[in-house]
Structures are given as C-alpha cells and as structure tokens.
Design a protein around this ligand. Structure first.
Ligand SMILES: [Zn+2]
Length: 52
C-alpha cells in the first residue's frame, strides 16, 4: 500500500521517508467514528431550526 510523508508531502511505498527518514503514513484520513457522525446529524438538525 502506498504511504505518504506528511513532512515532505511526497508519496512512497517505504515505511520511512527516503528524504527525511521520518515514518510514513497512509494518505487516507481515518474514518469518522459513529459518534462523530451522530454529532454531525445533531448539528445539522440544529442548523435547520427544528423546534417542534
Ligand atoms: Zn519526508
């Protein structure tokens, strides 16, 4: 799987960045937890001004 160095902003397949030697990570952000999802829905409902 492809990895990314977030310090150099370069992609590599190695566990460590070939430029700065820092540990690379997968470029995809972690998925939101269900709790965050419900919190988002709550905020959306609030923004719509549902008062009934
Ligand atoms: Zn780097």
């Amino acid at each position: 799987m492809i990895k990314k160095c977030f310090f150099c902003d370069i992609y590599t397949f190695k566990e460590k960045c070939p430029r700065c030697r820092k540990k690379t990570r997968t470029p995809h952000p972690p998925k939101f937890s269900p709790e965050d999802k419900y919190g988002k829905y709550r905020r959306m409902a609030k923004n719509r001004g549902i008062s009934s």
